[in-house]
Write a protein that binds this ligand. Structure first.
Ligand SMILES: [Ca+2]
Ligand SMILES: [Ca+2]
Length: 108
């Protein structure tokens, strides 16, 4: 019996939580984007290492910068969405420093 009632409580809590999440979905869009970026980048401890890995795989024109097109190929949609924010000097390419700065700002 006790196990059953616990299950019930858990289900009710889950429903309430889901409802609250839906209500806040729009307000949380920006946060969700940041969380997604964090989740995608969180697997690597070093920001510089992450950039180097991306450049190695996706820097098609070998200019040492990641363009929006190159990032799209990497499927890092959160980075593509935030491209203009990351590209602080607006040269249409993301440098190691720009990515590190962005990742530092989202991981605060
Ligand atoms: Ca490039
Ligand atoms: Ca740049």
């Amino acid at each position: 019996m006790e196990a059953m009632s616990l299950k019930k409580v858990t289900a009710v809590v889950a429903i309430i939580t889901a409802g609250a999440l839906m209500t806040n979905a729009n307000a949380n869009d920006a946060n969700a984007l940041t969380s997604k970026a964090k989740a995608e980048m969180g697997q690597t401890k070093s920001h510089a290492g992450k950039f180097n890995a991306l450049v190695k795989r996706f820097d098609k024109d070998n200019n040492g910068l990641l363009s929006k097109e190159e990032l799209k190929a990497s499927n890092k949609t959160s980075l593509v969405d935030a491209f203009d924010k990351i590209d602080t000097n607006a040269d249409s390419g993301i440098s190691e420093e720009e990515l590190a700065q962005y990742l530092a700002s989202v991981s605060k």
